[in-house]
Design a protein around this ligand. Structure first.
Ligand code: HPA
Length: 276
Protein backbone atom coordinates (compact mmCIF):
# COMPACT_ATOMS: atom_id res chain seq x y z
CA UNK A 1 0.00 0.00 0.00
CA UNK A 2 1.33 3.44 -0.83
CA UNK A 3 1.98 5.78 2.06
CA UNK A 4 -0.45 8.35 0.78
CA UNK A 5 -3.29 5.84 0.75
CA UNK A 6 -2.74 4.55 4.26
CA UNK A 7 -6.06 4.29 6.14
CA UNK A 8 -4.66 6.01 9.22
CA UNK A 9 -3.47 9.01 7.23
CA UNK A 10 -7.03 10.08 6.48
CA UNK A 11 -7.73 12.64 9.21
CA UNK A 12 -11.41 11.73 9.23
CA UNK A 13 -10.61 8.05 9.93
CA UNK A 14 -11.30 6.81 13.46
CA UNK A 15 -8.08 5.02 14.55
CA UNK A 16 -10.08 2.70 16.81
CA UNK A 17 -12.28 1.64 13.90
CA UNK A 18 -9.16 0.95 11.80
CA UNK A 19 -7.83 -1.12 14.73
CA UNK A 20 -11.12 -3.02 14.94
CA UNK A 21 -10.88 -3.80 11.21
CA UNK A 22 -7.28 -4.98 11.70
CA UNK A 23 -8.38 -7.19 14.60
CA UNK A 24 -11.07 -8.72 12.38
CA UNK A 25 -8.40 -9.37 9.70
CA UNK A 26 -6.25 -11.12 12.31
CA UNK A 27 -9.16 -13.24 13.55
CA UNK A 28 -10.03 -14.27 10.00
CA UNK A 29 -6.46 -14.93 8.84
CA UNK A 30 -5.30 -16.77 11.99
CA UNK A 31 -8.59 -18.53 12.77
CA UNK A 32 -8.14 -17.33 16.38
CA UNK A 33 -11.06 -15.11 17.38
CA UNK A 34 -9.42 -13.61 20.47
CA UNK A 35 -5.90 -13.19 21.82
CA UNK A 36 -4.94 -12.91 25.50
CA UNK A 37 -1.42 -11.48 25.44
CA UNK A 38 0.42 -9.36 22.87
CA UNK A 39 4.17 -9.16 22.55
CA UNK A 40 5.95 -6.51 20.51
CA UNK A 41 9.44 -7.58 19.53
CA UNK A 42 12.13 -4.92 19.45
CA UNK A 43 15.73 -5.12 18.26
CA UNK A 44 17.33 -8.27 19.58
CA UNK A 45 14.11 -9.93 20.68
CA UNK A 46 12.99 -11.44 17.38
CA UNK A 47 13.88 -15.06 18.22
CA UNK A 48 12.12 -14.85 21.55
CA UNK A 49 8.80 -15.83 20.05
CA UNK A 50 10.02 -19.28 19.17
CA UNK A 51 10.11 -20.63 22.71
CA UNK A 52 6.75 -19.31 23.82
CA UNK A 53 4.65 -22.05 22.31
CA UNK A 54 3.35 -23.43 19.06
CA UNK A 55 3.02 -20.94 16.20
CA UNK A 56 -0.40 -21.61 14.73
CA UNK A 57 -0.35 -18.84 12.10
CA UNK A 58 2.12 -16.37 10.63
CA UNK A 59 0.88 -13.33 8.74
CA UNK A 60 2.70 -10.82 6.65
CA UNK A 61 1.91 -7.56 8.43
CA UNK A 62 0.94 -6.01 5.13
CA UNK A 63 -2.07 -8.39 5.00
CA UNK A 64 -3.53 -6.65 8.04
CA UNK A 65 -5.31 -3.30 7.77
CA UNK A 66 -3.19 -0.32 8.76
CA UNK A 67 0.13 -2.10 9.28
CA UNK A 68 3.18 -0.78 7.47
CA UNK A 69 6.29 -2.57 6.33
CA UNK A 70 9.10 -2.23 8.89
CA UNK A 71 11.55 0.51 8.00
CA UNK A 72 14.69 -1.41 8.83
CA UNK A 73 16.50 -4.72 8.96
CA UNK A 74 16.43 -6.43 12.34
CA UNK A 75 12.71 -5.79 12.69
CA UNK A 76 10.45 -8.53 11.45
CA UNK A 77 7.44 -7.53 9.38
CA UNK A 78 5.21 -10.32 10.54
CA UNK A 79 2.43 -11.05 12.98
CA UNK A 80 2.25 -14.45 14.60
CA UNK A 81 -0.36 -16.25 16.62
CA UNK A 82 1.10 -18.56 19.24
CA UNK A 83 -0.61 -21.07 21.51
CA UNK A 84 1.18 -21.45 24.86
CA UNK A 85 1.32 -24.77 26.74
CA UNK A 86 -1.18 -23.28 29.21
CA UNK A 87 -3.64 -22.56 26.39
CA UNK A 88 -3.14 -18.80 26.14
CA UNK A 89 -3.18 -17.11 22.74
CA UNK A 90 -0.25 -14.75 22.18
CA UNK A 91 -0.19 -12.24 19.34
CA UNK A 92 3.44 -11.58 18.45
CA UNK A 93 3.96 -8.26 16.73
CA UNK A 94 7.19 -8.15 14.76
CA UNK A 95 6.15 -5.11 12.77
CA UNK A 96 6.78 -2.03 14.87
CA UNK A 97 6.35 1.38 13.27
CA UNK A 98 8.73 3.87 14.84
CA UNK A 99 7.94 7.49 15.55
CA UNK A 100 11.11 8.53 13.70
CA UNK A 101 9.62 7.21 10.46
CA UNK A 102 7.57 10.40 10.51
CA UNK A 103 4.13 8.89 9.86
CA UNK A 104 2.62 10.19 13.09
CA UNK A 105 1.50 8.61 16.32
CA UNK A 106 -1.60 6.90 14.91
CA UNK A 107 0.57 4.52 12.90
CA UNK A 108 3.04 4.11 15.78
CA UNK A 109 0.35 2.82 18.15
CA UNK A 110 -1.83 1.00 15.62
CA UNK A 111 -0.41 -2.40 16.58
CA UNK A 112 -1.16 -1.77 20.25
CA UNK A 113 -4.72 -0.65 19.50
CA UNK A 114 -5.17 -3.65 17.24
CA UNK A 115 -3.94 -5.96 20.00
CA UNK A 116 -6.50 -4.44 22.37
CA UNK A 117 -9.21 -4.91 19.75
CA UNK A 118 -8.32 -8.63 19.50
CA UNK A 119 -9.11 -8.95 23.20
CA UNK A 120 -5.58 -8.67 24.60
CA UNK A 121 -5.40 -7.71 28.29
CA UNK A 122 -1.61 -7.93 28.77
CA UNK A 123 0.76 -6.00 26.52
CA UNK A 124 4.43 -6.94 26.61
CA UNK A 125 6.63 -4.29 24.97
CA UNK A 126 10.28 -5.03 24.26
CA UNK A 127 13.03 -2.94 22.73
CA UNK A 128 16.75 -2.65 22.23
CA UNK A 129 18.12 0.41 23.98
CA UNK A 130 21.12 2.23 25.36
CA UNK A 131 21.95 1.87 29.04
CA UNK A 132 22.92 4.74 31.33
CA UNK A 133 23.62 2.80 34.54
CA UNK A 134 27.37 2.11 34.42
CA UNK A 135 26.91 -1.32 36.00
CA UNK A 136 24.88 -2.53 33.02
CA UNK A 137 26.49 -4.58 30.27
CA UNK A 138 25.50 -4.91 26.61
CA UNK A 139 23.34 -8.00 26.24
CA UNK A 140 21.61 -7.53 29.59
CA UNK A 141 17.80 -7.40 29.73
CA UNK A 142 16.23 -4.94 32.20
CA UNK A 143 12.68 -4.17 33.22
CA UNK A 144 11.14 -0.80 32.41
CA UNK A 145 9.82 0.73 35.63
CA UNK A 146 8.50 3.99 34.16
CA UNK A 147 9.16 6.27 31.22
CA UNK A 148 9.92 9.85 30.27
CA UNK A 149 8.39 10.72 26.91
CA UNK A 150 10.77 13.11 25.17
CA UNK A 151 8.98 13.08 21.82
CA UNK A 152 6.77 16.03 22.83
CA UNK A 153 3.93 14.09 21.24
CA UNK A 154 1.10 11.81 22.36
CA UNK A 155 -1.01 9.12 20.71
CA UNK A 156 -4.05 10.54 22.51
CA UNK A 157 -6.15 12.99 20.56
CA UNK A 158 -8.26 15.77 21.97
CA UNK A 159 -8.94 16.24 25.68
CA UNK A 160 -8.23 12.63 26.56
CA UNK A 161 -6.84 12.68 30.09
CA UNK A 162 -5.35 9.29 30.85
CA UNK A 163 -3.68 8.44 34.18
CA UNK A 164 -0.17 6.98 33.78
CA UNK A 165 0.47 5.94 37.39
CA UNK A 166 1.98 2.42 37.58
CA UNK A 167 2.04 2.38 33.77
CA UNK A 168 4.56 -0.46 33.75
CA UNK A 169 2.69 -2.73 36.12
CA UNK A 170 4.37 -3.35 39.47
CA UNK A 171 2.53 -6.66 39.59
CA UNK A 172 3.94 -7.82 36.24
CA UNK A 173 7.45 -6.63 37.15
CA UNK A 174 7.20 -8.75 40.29
CA UNK A 175 6.10 -11.69 38.15
CA UNK A 176 9.16 -11.18 35.92
CA UNK A 177 11.44 -11.02 38.94
CA UNK A 178 9.93 -14.23 40.27
CA UNK A 179 11.36 -15.84 37.10
CA UNK A 180 14.70 -13.97 37.23
CA UNK A 181 15.44 -12.29 40.57
CA UNK A 182 18.56 -10.65 39.11
CA UNK A 183 16.53 -8.44 36.73
CA UNK A 184 17.33 -4.78 37.32
CA UNK A 185 14.95 -2.02 36.25
CA UNK A 186 15.06 1.55 35.08
CA UNK A 187 13.25 4.54 33.64
CA UNK A 188 13.06 4.52 29.83
CA UNK A 189 13.48 7.80 27.95
CA UNK A 190 11.95 7.82 24.49
CA UNK A 191 13.82 10.16 22.16
CA UNK A 192 12.57 10.83 18.66
CA UNK A 193 15.64 9.48 16.87
CA UNK A 194 16.63 8.13 14.40
CA UNK A 195 19.97 9.65 15.35
CA UNK A 196 21.40 8.33 18.57
CA UNK A 197 21.63 10.80 21.45
CA UNK A 198 24.55 13.11 21.99
CA UNK A 199 26.52 12.51 25.20
CA UNK A 200 25.00 15.76 26.52
CA UNK A 201 21.49 14.46 25.85
CA UNK A 202 22.35 11.26 27.67
CA UNK A 203 23.54 13.33 30.65
CA UNK A 204 20.26 15.24 30.49
CA UNK A 205 18.31 11.97 30.49
CA UNK A 206 20.32 10.85 33.50
CA UNK A 207 19.77 14.16 35.32
CA UNK A 208 15.99 13.98 34.88
CA UNK A 209 15.82 10.43 36.21
CA UNK A 210 16.34 8.26 33.12
CA UNK A 211 18.34 5.04 32.98
CA UNK A 212 17.56 3.74 29.49
CA UNK A 213 17.51 5.64 26.17
CA UNK A 214 15.62 4.48 23.11
CA UNK A 215 13.34 5.38 20.23
CA UNK A 216 10.14 3.45 20.92
CA UNK A 217 7.83 2.05 23.59
CA UNK A 218 6.67 5.14 25.56
CA UNK A 219 4.05 6.21 23.00
CA UNK A 220 2.92 2.59 22.67
CA UNK A 221 2.61 2.21 26.44
CA UNK A 222 0.42 5.32 26.62
CA UNK A 223 -1.93 3.88 23.99
CA UNK A 224 -1.92 0.52 25.75
CA UNK A 225 -2.95 2.18 29.01
CA UNK A 226 -5.68 4.13 27.21
CA UNK A 227 -6.96 0.79 25.91
CA UNK A 228 -7.03 -0.59 29.45
CA UNK A 229 -4.27 -3.17 29.06
CA UNK A 230 -1.72 -4.11 31.74
CA UNK A 231 1.82 -3.43 30.52
CA UNK A 232 5.13 -5.18 30.97
CA UNK A 233 8.21 -3.55 29.42
CA UNK A 234 11.66 -5.01 28.79
CA UNK A 235 14.71 -3.31 27.34
CA UNK A 236 17.65 -5.25 26.05
CA UNK A 237 20.67 -3.08 26.76
CA UNK A 238 22.43 -3.37 23.41
CA UNK A 239 25.06 -0.74 24.20
CA UNK A 240 25.94 1.76 26.87
CA UNK A 241 24.47 5.14 25.91
CA UNK A 242 26.55 7.70 24.02
CA UNK A 243 29.29 9.15 26.20
CA UNK A 244 28.83 6.43 28.83
CA UNK A 245 30.59 4.14 26.40
CA UNK A 246 33.54 5.92 24.85
CA UNK A 247 33.37 4.25 21.44
CA UNK A 248 30.92 5.43 18.74
CA UNK A 249 27.49 3.77 18.56
CA UNK A 250 26.49 1.76 15.53
CA UNK A 251 23.32 0.02 14.42
CA UNK A 252 25.51 -3.00 13.64
CA UNK A 253 26.64 -3.16 17.26
CA UNK A 254 23.02 -2.97 18.39
CA UNK A 255 22.09 -5.89 16.13
CA UNK A 256 25.10 -7.95 17.25
CA UNK A 257 24.36 -7.44 20.94
CA UNK A 258 20.82 -8.58 20.22
CA UNK A 259 22.03 -11.71 18.45
CA UNK A 260 24.45 -12.59 21.24
CA UNK A 261 21.82 -12.13 23.93
CA UNK A 262 19.13 -14.00 22.01
CA UNK A 263 19.24 -17.37 23.79
CA UNK A 264 19.13 -15.82 27.27
CA UNK A 265 16.43 -13.25 26.61
CA UNK A 266 14.30 -15.68 24.60
CA UNK A 267 14.31 -18.11 27.49
CA UNK A 268 13.49 -15.33 29.97
CA UNK A 269 10.62 -13.99 27.91
CA UNK A 270 9.14 -17.43 27.27
CA UNK A 271 9.25 -18.25 30.97
CA UNK A 272 7.66 -14.94 31.93
CA UNK A 273 4.91 -15.29 29.34
CA UNK A 274 4.40 -18.86 30.51
CA UNK A 275 3.26 -17.63 33.92
CA UNK A 276 1.17 -14.64 32.82
N1 HPA B 1 19.93 5.16 21.97
C1 HPA B 1 18.72 5.12 21.38
N2 HPA B 1 18.22 4.02 20.85
C2 HPA B 1 18.95 2.90 20.93
C3 HPA B 1 20.21 2.88 21.53
C4 HPA B 1 20.72 4.07 22.09
O1 HPA B 1 21.82 4.13 22.65
N3 HPA B 1 20.66 1.60 21.41
C5 HPA B 1 19.69 0.89 20.79
N4 HPA B 1 18.66 1.67 20.47
Amino acid sequence: MRDDSHPLDDPSADPFEVAATAAADIARLTGVPQHDIALTLGSGWSKAAELIGETTATLDATEVTGFSKPALAGHVGSLRSILTPKGKRVLVIGARTHYYEGHGTRRVVHSVRTAAATGVKTMVLTNGAGGIKPTWKPGQPVLISDHINLTADSPLEGATFVDLTDLYSTRLRDVARSIDPTLDEGVYCQFRGPHYETPAEVQMAKAIGGHIVGMSTALEAIAARQAGMEILGFSLITNLAAGIQTTPLSHQEVLEAGRDAEPVISDLLARVIGVL
